[in-house]
Design a protein around this ligand. Sequence first.
Ligand SMILES: O=C(O)CCC(=O)CC(=O)O
Length: 262
Amino acid sequence: MHTATVNGANLHYADQGPADGPAVIFANSLGTDLRLWDALLSHLPEGLRLIRYDKRGHGLSEETPGPYMIEQLADDAAGLIRHLGLRDVVFVGLSIGGLIGQSVALRHDGLLRGLVISNSAAKIGDAGIWHGRVVTIRRHGLASIGPATMERWFSPAFRASGAADPWQRMLERQPVDGYIACCEAIAAADLRSAVPGLKLPLRLIAAELDGATPVSVMQDTAELIKGARVEVMRGVGHLPCVEAPEAYAGILSGFLREVGHV
Ligand SMILES: O=C(O)CCC(=O)CC(=O)O
């Protein structure tokens, strides 16, 4: 376990693989911590430096007062990359992590070699949905949204097997104010007019049963970015790196090869 104070927040991160290996950084979704990527890593090519971190307000990172902004969360990620002395990093961001990745690429020119926008979009939901969720959580706590969230995150088969239960506990154990501060960041984030300016190699990963960022929403984002391609994973929900880590690794490894990272 490592921590670093960057951009005014103490961030918890994991750093695996050779120090001089091509670097990949992973940014988690709302309500998850860096264990989101646990099942995936062993399926990736050897020799990579793999960095995972908890965004502020989640996991073991500091919960600074909200609301947060996506730009602030992007500067956290860029600060961590610079703290580690890295450049030419491939950024893999899932959902809010994908918004963060888009914002890093837009705000920190030259820091990234490539970007994977996984189960995410240039805009996720409308502000009313997010404000409604915040009201529910303030009144009833995070546990009150657990069952409905699992329906967006995982396929019926995965849920029926009981495999979603630990992920529901992970959601319910996130710091409430940190979760809400990130909802407010998503509510305010609209990168649709900015993403046509993304000039780096990128890939979008969508999932057929994703109830949070449906395939059609991801295709709308891809249409805004010249040359963007969407890979659709079948039979899985919003967190395909958990539900189908090997298939996810296959898509990610293909992208890493395309950008010369492996
Ligand atoms: O997962 C995210 O980072 C935001 C999108 C969302 O609504 C997640 C959820 O289904 O709770």
